[in-house]
Design a protein around this ligand. Structure first.
Ligand SMILES: CC(=O)SCCNC(=O)CCNC(=O)[C@H](O)C(C)(C)COP(=O)(O)OP(=O)(O)OC[C@H]1O[C@@H](n2cnc3c(N)ncnc32)[C@H](O)[C@@H]1OP(=O)(O)O
Ligand SMILES: CC(C)C(=O)C(=O)O
Length: 447
Protein backbone atom coordinates (compact mmCIF):
# COMPACT_ATOMS: atom_id res chain seq x y z
CA UNK A 1 0.00 0.00 0.00
CA UNK A 2 1.24 3.53 -0.75
CA UNK A 3 1.86 4.53 2.87
CA UNK A 4 4.50 7.02 1.67
CA UNK A 5 1.63 9.29 0.58
CA UNK A 6 0.77 10.13 4.18
CA UNK A 7 2.55 12.23 6.78
CA UNK A 8 2.24 12.20 10.52
CA UNK A 9 0.71 15.02 12.50
CA UNK A 10 4.09 16.56 13.33
CA UNK A 11 4.75 17.20 9.64
CA UNK A 12 1.41 18.99 9.31
CA UNK A 13 1.11 21.28 12.29
CA UNK A 14 3.39 22.62 15.02
CA UNK A 15 2.54 20.83 18.27
CA UNK A 16 3.50 23.35 20.94
CA UNK A 17 5.79 22.01 23.65
CA UNK A 18 4.03 21.62 26.99
CA UNK A 19 5.40 20.74 30.38
CA UNK A 20 2.83 17.97 30.51
CA UNK A 21 1.13 17.08 33.76
CA UNK A 22 -1.77 15.04 32.37
CA UNK A 23 -0.02 11.64 32.60
CA UNK A 24 0.12 11.90 36.40
CA UNK A 25 -3.46 13.02 36.91
CA UNK A 26 -6.63 11.02 37.60
CA UNK A 27 -10.23 11.68 36.65
CA UNK A 28 -12.23 12.10 39.84
CA UNK A 29 -15.32 13.96 38.63
CA UNK A 30 -17.44 13.86 35.50
CA UNK A 31 -16.91 16.62 32.95
CA UNK A 32 -19.86 18.65 31.65
CA UNK A 33 -21.47 16.46 28.99
CA UNK A 34 -23.02 17.85 25.84
CA UNK A 35 -24.74 15.34 23.59
CA UNK A 36 -24.62 16.54 19.99
CA UNK A 37 -26.73 13.70 18.57
CA UNK A 38 -29.38 16.10 17.32
CA UNK A 39 -26.82 18.15 15.36
CA UNK A 40 -23.52 16.41 14.56
CA UNK A 41 -25.08 12.94 14.85
CA UNK A 42 -28.07 14.03 12.80
CA UNK A 43 -26.00 15.57 10.01
CA UNK A 44 -24.31 12.20 9.49
CA UNK A 45 -27.54 10.30 8.84
CA UNK A 46 -28.73 9.36 5.37
CA UNK A 47 -32.26 10.12 6.57
CA UNK A 48 -32.09 12.95 9.09
CA UNK A 49 -34.35 12.70 12.11
CA UNK A 50 -37.95 13.79 11.56
CA UNK A 51 -39.70 15.88 14.22
CA UNK A 52 -41.01 12.81 16.08
CA UNK A 53 -37.51 11.31 16.26
CA UNK A 54 -35.88 14.57 17.33
CA UNK A 55 -38.39 15.05 20.09
CA UNK A 56 -38.11 11.46 21.31
CA UNK A 57 -34.31 11.66 21.40
CA UNK A 58 -34.45 15.01 23.18
CA UNK A 59 -36.80 13.64 25.83
CA UNK A 60 -34.54 10.64 26.30
CA UNK A 61 -31.57 12.92 26.98
CA UNK A 62 -33.58 14.90 29.52
CA UNK A 63 -34.66 11.70 31.26
CA UNK A 64 -31.03 10.58 31.44
CA UNK A 65 -30.07 13.80 33.17
CA UNK A 66 -28.15 15.73 30.50
CA UNK A 67 -28.13 19.42 31.38
CA UNK A 68 -26.77 20.91 28.15
CA UNK A 69 -27.97 19.63 24.78
CA UNK A 70 -27.06 20.74 21.26
CA UNK A 71 -30.43 20.58 19.55
CA UNK A 72 -29.70 21.45 15.95
CA UNK A 73 -28.40 23.63 13.14
CA UNK A 74 -31.47 25.84 12.81
CA UNK A 75 -30.32 27.61 9.65
CA UNK A 76 -29.76 24.30 7.85
CA UNK A 77 -33.31 23.06 7.43
CA UNK A 78 -36.89 23.89 8.24
CA UNK A 79 -37.05 20.75 10.40
CA UNK A 80 -34.19 21.95 12.57
CA UNK A 81 -35.55 25.48 12.75
CA UNK A 82 -39.01 24.26 13.69
CA UNK A 83 -37.64 21.97 16.36
CA UNK A 84 -35.84 24.87 18.04
CA UNK A 85 -39.03 26.91 17.76
CA UNK A 86 -40.94 24.08 19.42
CA UNK A 87 -38.49 24.17 22.33
CA UNK A 88 -38.74 27.95 22.55
CA UNK A 89 -42.51 28.02 22.57
CA UNK A 90 -43.38 25.00 24.72
CA UNK A 91 -42.53 23.84 28.20
CA UNK A 92 -40.41 20.92 26.95
CA UNK A 93 -37.15 22.39 28.28
CA UNK A 94 -36.73 22.18 32.06
CA UNK A 95 -35.36 25.34 33.68
CA UNK A 96 -32.01 23.74 34.54
CA UNK A 97 -31.26 22.62 30.97
CA UNK A 98 -29.22 24.68 28.51
CA UNK A 99 -30.01 24.53 24.80
CA UNK A 100 -27.18 24.86 22.26
CA UNK A 101 -27.78 25.97 18.67
CA UNK A 102 -25.10 25.73 16.00
CA UNK A 103 -24.20 28.18 13.23
CA UNK A 104 -21.43 28.98 10.74
CA UNK A 105 -19.96 32.48 10.68
CA UNK A 106 -22.29 33.64 7.91
CA UNK A 107 -24.42 36.71 8.63
CA UNK A 108 -27.70 35.48 7.12
CA UNK A 109 -27.37 32.11 8.88
CA UNK A 110 -26.52 33.74 12.21
CA UNK A 111 -29.61 35.89 11.83
CA UNK A 112 -31.77 32.83 11.21
CA UNK A 113 -30.19 31.09 14.20
CA UNK A 114 -30.94 33.98 16.52
CA UNK A 115 -34.47 34.10 15.11
CA UNK A 116 -34.92 30.42 16.03
CA UNK A 117 -34.26 31.00 19.74
CA UNK A 118 -36.56 34.00 20.20
CA UNK A 119 -38.57 33.60 23.39
CA UNK A 120 -36.50 30.72 24.77
CA UNK A 121 -36.88 30.97 28.55
CA UNK A 122 -33.86 29.10 29.83
CA UNK A 123 -30.14 29.27 29.12
CA UNK A 124 -29.08 29.19 25.47
CA UNK A 125 -25.64 28.84 23.90
CA UNK A 126 -25.07 30.14 20.39
CA UNK A 127 -22.30 27.98 18.99
CA UNK A 128 -20.40 29.42 16.04
CA UNK A 129 -17.80 27.46 14.10
CA UNK A 130 -15.28 28.01 11.37
CA UNK A 131 -12.56 25.74 10.05
CA UNK A 132 -9.17 27.13 11.00
CA UNK A 133 -6.66 24.50 9.84
CA UNK A 134 -4.40 25.46 6.91
CA UNK A 135 -5.85 23.05 4.31
CA UNK A 136 -9.38 24.22 5.08
CA UNK A 137 -8.29 27.88 5.02
CA UNK A 138 -6.50 27.49 1.71
CA UNK A 139 -8.73 25.03 -0.13
CA UNK A 140 -12.22 25.36 1.34
CA UNK A 141 -12.63 28.89 2.64
CA UNK A 142 -9.87 30.35 0.43
CA UNK A 143 -8.84 32.91 3.00
CA UNK A 144 -5.56 33.87 4.61
CA UNK A 145 -5.19 33.64 8.36
CA UNK A 146 -6.05 37.31 8.77
CA UNK A 147 -8.96 37.19 6.36
CA UNK A 148 -10.43 34.20 8.16
CA UNK A 149 -9.90 35.89 11.52
CA UNK A 150 -11.84 38.90 10.19
CA UNK A 151 -14.70 36.64 9.06
CA UNK A 152 -14.82 35.02 12.51
CA UNK A 153 -14.77 38.36 14.34
CA UNK A 154 -17.51 39.66 12.05
CA UNK A 155 -19.60 36.59 12.97
CA UNK A 156 -18.90 37.19 16.65
CA UNK A 157 -19.99 40.82 16.28
CA UNK A 158 -23.17 39.79 14.48
CA UNK A 159 -24.05 37.39 17.28
CA UNK A 160 -23.31 40.03 19.87
CA UNK A 161 -25.42 42.62 18.07
CA UNK A 162 -28.36 40.29 17.62
CA UNK A 163 -28.33 38.39 20.92
CA UNK A 164 -25.80 40.04 23.25
CA UNK A 165 -28.49 41.83 25.22
CA UNK A 166 -30.28 38.59 26.06
CA UNK A 167 -28.97 37.67 29.49
CA UNK A 168 -29.84 34.00 29.06
CA UNK A 169 -27.57 33.69 26.00
CA UNK A 170 -23.92 32.63 26.13
CA UNK A 171 -21.45 32.12 23.31
CA UNK A 172 -19.36 29.25 22.03
CA UNK A 173 -16.71 29.07 19.34
CA UNK A 174 -15.26 25.98 17.68
CA UNK A 175 -12.15 26.27 15.53
CA UNK A 176 -13.01 23.28 13.39
CA UNK A 177 -10.08 20.89 12.93
CA UNK A 178 -8.38 22.40 15.95
CA UNK A 179 -6.03 19.44 16.07
CA UNK A 180 -4.47 20.52 12.75
CA UNK A 181 -4.42 24.26 13.47
CA UNK A 182 -1.39 26.29 14.55
CA UNK A 183 -1.66 26.87 18.34
CA UNK A 184 -0.65 30.54 18.13
CA UNK A 185 -3.56 31.16 15.77
CA UNK A 186 -6.00 29.59 18.22
CA UNK A 187 -4.63 31.70 21.06
CA UNK A 188 -5.04 34.82 18.95
CA UNK A 189 -8.64 33.93 18.00
CA UNK A 190 -9.53 33.01 21.54
CA UNK A 191 -8.05 36.20 22.90
CA UNK A 192 -10.08 38.32 20.48
CA UNK A 193 -13.31 36.39 20.92
CA UNK A 194 -13.26 36.37 24.70
CA UNK A 195 -12.54 40.10 24.59
CA UNK A 196 -15.31 40.85 22.07
CA UNK A 197 -17.82 38.60 23.82
CA UNK A 198 -16.78 40.06 27.17
CA UNK A 199 -16.11 36.70 28.80
CA UNK A 200 -16.31 36.70 32.58
CA UNK A 201 -16.38 33.87 35.12
CA UNK A 202 -20.11 34.59 35.48
CA UNK A 203 -20.73 34.54 31.73
CA UNK A 204 -17.92 32.35 30.41
CA UNK A 205 -17.28 31.74 26.73
CA UNK A 206 -17.06 28.10 25.66
CA UNK A 207 -13.98 27.35 23.58
CA UNK A 208 -14.54 23.97 21.99
CA UNK A 209 -11.47 22.33 20.46
CA UNK A 210 -12.52 19.62 18.01
CA UNK A 211 -10.47 16.75 16.70
CA UNK A 212 -12.78 17.06 13.68
CA UNK A 213 -10.83 14.32 11.91
CA UNK A 214 -8.72 12.25 14.25
CA UNK A 215 -5.11 12.30 13.02
CA UNK A 216 -2.78 11.35 15.86
CA UNK A 217 -2.32 9.17 18.90
CA UNK A 218 -4.37 10.42 21.88
CA UNK A 219 -1.30 11.68 23.77
CA UNK A 220 -0.81 14.32 21.06
CA UNK A 221 -4.37 15.60 21.48
CA UNK A 222 -3.85 15.64 25.25
CA UNK A 223 -0.73 17.79 24.80
CA UNK A 224 -2.66 20.09 22.46
CA UNK A 225 -5.39 20.52 25.10
CA UNK A 226 -3.02 20.99 28.02
CA UNK A 227 -1.19 23.67 26.05
CA UNK A 228 -4.43 25.62 25.70
CA UNK A 229 -5.39 25.01 29.32
CA UNK A 230 -2.12 26.60 30.37
CA UNK A 231 -1.87 29.40 27.84
CA UNK A 232 -5.37 30.67 27.10
CA UNK A 233 -5.92 34.29 27.98
CA UNK A 234 -8.76 34.88 30.48
CA UNK A 235 -8.66 31.21 31.39
CA UNK A 236 -11.07 31.59 34.29
CA UNK A 237 -13.66 33.02 31.91
CA UNK A 238 -13.40 30.17 29.41
CA UNK A 239 -14.98 26.73 29.58
CA UNK A 240 -12.50 24.50 27.79
CA UNK A 241 -14.40 21.92 25.78
CA UNK A 242 -13.43 19.04 23.50
CA UNK A 243 -15.16 17.37 20.59
CA UNK A 244 -13.31 14.25 19.46
CA UNK A 245 -14.20 12.14 16.45
CA UNK A 246 -13.20 8.54 16.05
CA UNK A 247 -11.37 8.18 12.73
CA UNK A 248 -8.49 6.23 14.28
CA UNK A 249 -10.79 4.38 16.65
CA UNK A 250 -9.35 6.28 19.62
CA UNK A 251 -12.00 8.94 20.22
CA UNK A 252 -12.72 7.70 23.73
CA UNK A 253 -9.03 7.69 24.64
CA UNK A 254 -8.65 11.21 23.21
CA UNK A 255 -11.54 12.48 25.33
CA UNK A 256 -10.27 10.83 28.49
CA UNK A 257 -6.74 12.14 28.07
CA UNK A 258 -8.14 15.55 27.16
CA UNK A 259 -10.04 15.64 30.45
CA UNK A 260 -6.83 14.75 32.26
CA UNK A 261 -5.23 17.60 30.33
CA UNK A 262 -7.73 20.20 31.53
CA UNK A 263 -10.86 19.87 29.38
CA UNK A 264 -13.97 20.70 31.42
CA UNK A 265 -16.66 19.79 28.90
CA UNK A 266 -17.05 16.96 26.40
CA UNK A 267 -19.23 16.92 23.30
CA UNK A 268 -20.16 13.62 21.68
CA UNK A 269 -22.96 11.24 20.80
CA UNK A 270 -24.65 8.52 22.83
CA UNK A 271 -23.17 5.28 21.44
CA UNK A 272 -21.00 7.24 19.02
CA UNK A 273 -23.06 8.04 15.95
CA UNK A 274 -21.62 10.88 13.85
CA UNK A 275 -19.73 11.81 10.72
CA UNK A 276 -17.67 8.93 9.19
CA UNK A 277 -16.60 6.72 12.13
CA UNK A 278 -18.62 8.82 14.53
CA UNK A 279 -18.37 11.33 17.31
CA UNK A 280 -16.83 10.20 20.55
CA UNK A 281 -19.18 7.83 22.36
CA UNK A 282 -20.33 9.63 25.50
CA UNK A 283 -22.07 6.48 26.77
CA UNK A 284 -18.75 4.66 26.91
CA UNK A 285 -17.10 7.68 28.50
CA UNK A 286 -19.78 7.90 31.19
CA UNK A 287 -19.72 4.20 31.96
CA UNK A 288 -15.93 4.15 32.02
CA UNK A 289 -16.21 6.65 34.87
CA UNK A 290 -18.88 4.53 36.57
CA UNK A 291 -16.60 1.48 36.30
CA UNK A 292 -13.91 3.40 38.19
CA UNK A 293 -16.16 4.52 41.00
CA UNK A 294 -16.84 8.02 39.65
CA UNK A 295 -20.48 9.15 39.37
CA UNK A 296 -20.98 10.00 35.67
CA UNK A 297 -23.93 12.30 36.57
CA UNK A 298 -26.07 10.74 33.83
CA UNK A 299 -28.26 7.69 34.17
CA UNK A 300 -27.61 4.57 32.10
CA UNK A 301 -29.48 2.21 34.42
CA UNK A 302 -31.94 1.28 31.64
CA UNK A 303 -29.41 0.90 28.86
CA UNK A 304 -31.58 -1.25 26.63
CA UNK A 305 -34.36 1.32 26.57
CA UNK A 306 -31.79 3.98 25.72
CA UNK A 307 -30.43 1.76 23.00
CA UNK A 308 -33.90 1.15 21.51
CA UNK A 309 -34.56 4.89 21.30
CA UNK A 310 -31.16 5.65 19.78
CA UNK A 311 -31.59 2.87 17.21
CA UNK A 312 -35.07 4.10 16.37
CA UNK A 313 -33.95 7.71 15.95
CA UNK A 314 -30.78 7.01 13.96
CA UNK A 315 -32.23 3.99 12.12
CA UNK A 316 -28.91 2.27 12.72
CA UNK A 317 -28.26 -0.88 14.75
CA UNK A 318 -25.72 -0.94 17.55
CA UNK A 319 -22.98 -3.53 17.20
CA UNK A 320 -23.27 -6.60 19.50
CA UNK A 321 -19.76 -5.90 20.83
CA UNK A 322 -20.30 -2.19 21.46
CA UNK A 323 -18.93 -1.34 24.96
CA UNK A 324 -21.47 -1.59 27.78
CA UNK A 325 -24.55 -1.83 25.52
CA UNK A 326 -23.85 -4.51 22.89
CA UNK A 327 -25.91 -7.65 23.10
CA UNK A 328 -22.82 -9.79 23.77
CA UNK A 329 -20.71 -7.63 26.04
CA UNK A 330 -21.68 -9.39 29.25
CA UNK A 331 -21.56 -12.87 27.73
CA UNK A 332 -18.83 -15.52 27.87
CA UNK A 333 -18.86 -18.56 25.58
CA UNK A 334 -15.41 -19.80 26.46
CA UNK A 335 -14.84 -22.35 29.16
CA UNK A 336 -12.16 -20.78 31.32
CA UNK A 337 -13.90 -17.39 31.31
CA UNK A 338 -17.16 -19.08 32.32
CA UNK A 339 -15.44 -20.98 35.10
CA UNK A 340 -13.97 -17.73 36.44
CA UNK A 341 -17.30 -15.90 36.24
CA UNK A 342 -19.09 -18.72 38.03
CA UNK A 343 -16.53 -18.69 40.83
CA UNK A 344 -16.67 -14.89 40.92
CA UNK A 345 -20.45 -14.90 41.34
CA UNK A 346 -20.22 -17.51 44.09
CA UNK A 347 -17.62 -15.42 45.92
CA UNK A 348 -19.72 -12.27 45.46
CA UNK A 349 -22.73 -13.97 47.09
CA UNK A 350 -20.53 -15.43 49.83
CA UNK A 351 -19.23 -11.95 50.67
CA UNK A 352 -22.76 -10.49 50.59
CA UNK A 353 -23.92 -13.14 53.07
CA UNK A 354 -20.87 -12.63 55.27
CA UNK A 355 -21.13 -8.84 55.39
CA UNK A 356 -24.89 -8.34 55.13
CA UNK A 357 -24.33 -5.89 52.26
CA UNK A 358 -26.81 -6.43 49.40
CA UNK A 359 -25.24 -7.92 46.25
CA UNK A 360 -26.21 -4.80 44.30
CA UNK A 361 -24.20 -2.58 46.69
CA UNK A 362 -21.19 -4.78 47.32
CA UNK A 363 -17.82 -3.93 45.70
CA UNK A 364 -17.67 -5.67 42.34
CA UNK A 365 -14.77 -8.03 41.63
CA UNK A 366 -16.16 -10.66 39.29
CA UNK A 367 -13.54 -11.75 36.74
CA UNK A 368 -14.14 -10.81 33.09
CA UNK A 369 -17.12 -8.56 33.88
CA UNK A 370 -15.91 -4.96 34.22
CA UNK A 371 -19.25 -3.89 35.71
CA UNK A 372 -22.23 -5.68 37.20
CA UNK A 373 -24.66 -6.05 34.25
CA UNK A 374 -27.50 -5.27 36.68
CA UNK A 375 -26.16 -1.68 37.00
CA UNK A 376 -27.34 -1.02 33.46
CA UNK A 377 -30.52 -3.06 33.77
CA UNK A 378 -29.24 -6.31 32.30
CA UNK A 379 -30.08 -9.71 33.78
CA UNK A 380 -27.60 -12.51 34.39
CA UNK A 381 -29.13 -15.12 32.04
CA UNK A 382 -26.89 -14.21 29.12
CA UNK A 383 -23.65 -14.03 31.12
CA UNK A 384 -22.75 -17.63 30.32
CA UNK A 385 -23.76 -19.26 27.03
CA UNK A 386 -22.65 -22.71 25.98
CA UNK A 387 -21.07 -23.96 22.75
CA UNK A 388 -18.18 -26.27 21.85
CA UNK A 389 -15.69 -23.83 23.41
CA UNK A 390 -17.35 -24.12 26.82
CA UNK A 391 -16.30 -26.26 29.77
CA UNK A 392 -17.86 -28.01 32.74
CA UNK A 393 -18.00 -24.85 34.88
CA UNK A 394 -20.06 -22.89 32.36
CA UNK A 395 -22.37 -25.79 31.61
CA UNK A 396 -23.01 -26.37 35.30
CA UNK A 397 -23.63 -22.63 35.79
CA UNK A 398 -26.35 -22.57 33.11
CA UNK A 399 -28.15 -25.59 34.53
CA UNK A 400 -27.90 -24.32 38.06
CA UNK A 401 -28.93 -20.72 37.36
CA UNK A 402 -31.73 -21.65 34.93
CA UNK A 403 -33.14 -24.76 36.61
CA UNK A 404 -31.56 -25.05 40.04
CA UNK A 405 -29.84 -28.28 38.91
CA UNK A 406 -26.74 -29.00 41.00
CA UNK A 407 -24.31 -31.67 39.89
CA UNK A 408 -21.51 -33.32 41.79
CA UNK A 409 -17.98 -32.71 40.48
CA UNK A 410 -17.94 -36.13 38.85
CA UNK A 411 -21.30 -35.48 37.18
CA UNK A 412 -20.09 -32.12 35.89
CA UNK A 413 -17.10 -33.79 34.24
CA UNK A 414 -19.20 -36.52 32.72
CA UNK A 415 -21.99 -34.23 31.55
CA UNK A 416 -19.50 -31.81 29.95
CA UNK A 417 -18.28 -34.69 27.73
CA UNK A 418 -21.83 -35.22 26.42
CA UNK A 419 -22.37 -31.52 25.85
CA UNK A 420 -19.04 -31.27 24.07
CA UNK A 421 -19.99 -34.10 21.70
CA UNK A 422 -23.39 -32.54 21.08
CA UNK A 423 -22.11 -29.03 20.35
CA UNK A 424 -19.30 -30.37 18.19
CA UNK A 425 -21.86 -32.28 16.14
CA UNK A 426 -24.31 -29.39 15.75
CA UNK A 427 -21.62 -26.70 15.46
CA UNK A 428 -23.98 -24.39 17.32
CA UNK A 429 -24.69 -22.92 20.70
CA UNK A 430 -26.73 -25.14 23.07
CA UNK A 431 -29.56 -23.30 24.79
CA UNK A 432 -30.47 -23.83 28.44
CA UNK A 433 -33.50 -25.85 27.33
CA UNK A 434 -31.31 -28.09 25.17
CA UNK A 435 -28.87 -28.59 28.05
CA UNK A 436 -31.72 -29.55 30.35
CA UNK A 437 -33.00 -32.11 27.80
CA UNK A 438 -29.52 -33.53 27.40
CA UNK A 439 -29.08 -33.69 31.15
CA UNK A 440 -32.28 -35.72 31.48
CA UNK A 441 -31.15 -38.05 28.68
CA UNK A 442 -27.80 -38.62 30.35
CA UNK A 443 -28.87 -38.91 33.97
CA UNK A 444 -32.44 -40.06 33.41
CA UNK A 445 -33.99 -37.57 35.79
CA UNK A 446 -34.33 -33.78 36.28
CA UNK A 447 -32.53 -33.59 39.65
C1 LIG B 1 -17.42 19.68 11.34
C2 LIG B 1 -18.85 20.00 11.28
O1 LIG B 1 -19.63 19.25 11.71
S1 LIG B 1 -19.30 21.45 10.55
C3 LIG B 1 -21.03 21.37 10.38
C4 LIG B 1 -21.42 20.73 9.11
N1 LIG B 1 -22.85 20.58 9.05
C5 LIG B 1 -23.56 20.83 7.99
O2 LIG B 1 -23.04 21.25 6.98
C6 LIG B 1 -25.03 20.51 8.03
C7 LIG B 1 -25.92 21.66 7.65
N2 LIG B 1 -25.47 22.42 6.48
C8 LIG B 1 -26.32 22.85 5.53
O3 LIG B 1 -27.51 22.57 5.54
C9 LIG B 1 -25.75 23.75 4.47
O4 LIG B 1 -24.37 23.50 4.30
C10 LIG B 1 -25.97 25.25 4.82
C11 LIG B 1 -27.47 25.58 4.78
C12 LIG B 1 -25.46 25.58 6.19
C13 LIG B 1 -25.24 26.16 3.83
O5 LIG B 1 -25.61 25.75 2.54
P1 LIG B 1 -25.08 26.52 1.22
O6 LIG B 1 -25.27 27.97 1.36
O7 LIG B 1 -25.73 25.83 0.07
O8 LIG B 1 -23.49 26.30 1.19
P2 LIG B 1 -22.61 24.98 1.25
O9 LIG B 1 -23.25 23.91 2.03
O10 LIG B 1 -22.16 24.61 -0.12
O11 LIG B 1 -21.40 25.56 2.10
C14 LIG B 1 -20.23 26.04 1.52
C15 LIG B 1 -20.01 27.51 1.75
O12 LIG B 1 -19.98 27.82 3.16
C16 LIG B 1 -18.71 28.38 3.54
N3 LIG B 1 -18.44 27.97 4.89
C17 LIG B 1 -18.22 26.71 5.34
N4 LIG B 1 -18.09 26.72 6.66
C18 LIG B 1 -18.23 28.00 7.05
C19 LIG B 1 -18.18 28.62 8.31
N5 LIG B 1 -18.01 27.92 9.41
N6 LIG B 1 -18.38 29.95 8.38
C20 LIG B 1 -18.60 30.66 7.25
N7 LIG B 1 -18.66 30.12 6.03
C21 LIG B 1 -18.47 28.80 5.93
C22 LIG B 1 -17.77 27.77 2.49
O13 LIG B 1 -16.59 28.53 2.37
C23 LIG B 1 -18.63 27.84 1.25
O14 LIG B 1 -18.64 29.17 0.79
P3 LIG B 1 -18.45 29.50 -0.82
O15 LIG B 1 -19.68 28.96 -1.44
O16 LIG B 1 -18.36 30.98 -0.82
O17 LIG B 1 -17.22 28.80 -1.26
C1 LIG C 1 -17.44 22.33 14.45
C2 LIG C 1 -17.30 21.27 15.44
C3 LIG C 1 -17.98 21.45 16.72
C4 LIG C 1 -17.55 19.94 14.84
O1 LIG C 1 -18.66 19.47 14.73
C5 LIG C 1 -16.38 19.20 14.42
O2 LIG C 1 -15.31 19.80 14.28
O3 LIG C 1 -16.48 17.99 14.20
Amino acid sequence: MPSHRYRDVFAKVPVAPVDREWPDRRITTAPLWVPVDLRDGNQALADPMDPERKRRFFELMLAMGYKEIEVGYPSASQTDFDFVRLLATSDLVPPDVTIVVFTPARPELIERTVESIAGMHGQVVIHMYAATAPVWRDVVLRRTRDELASLIYAGAEDILRLAGEQENVRFQFSPEVYNLTEPDYILELSDQLTKRWDATPQRPVILNLPATVEVATPNVYADQIEYMDKNLPRRDSVILSVHPHNDRGTGVACAELAVLAGAQRVEGCIFGNGERTGNVDIATLALNLHAQGVDPMVDFSAIDRIRETVEHCTRMPIHPRHPYVGELVYTAFSGTHQDAIRKGFAEHHRRADATGVPTSELAWDVPYLPIDPADVGRGYEAVVRVNSQSGKGGIAHVLESSYGVRMSSAEEVEFARHVQRHTDETGREASAVELKGLYEEVFGCSN
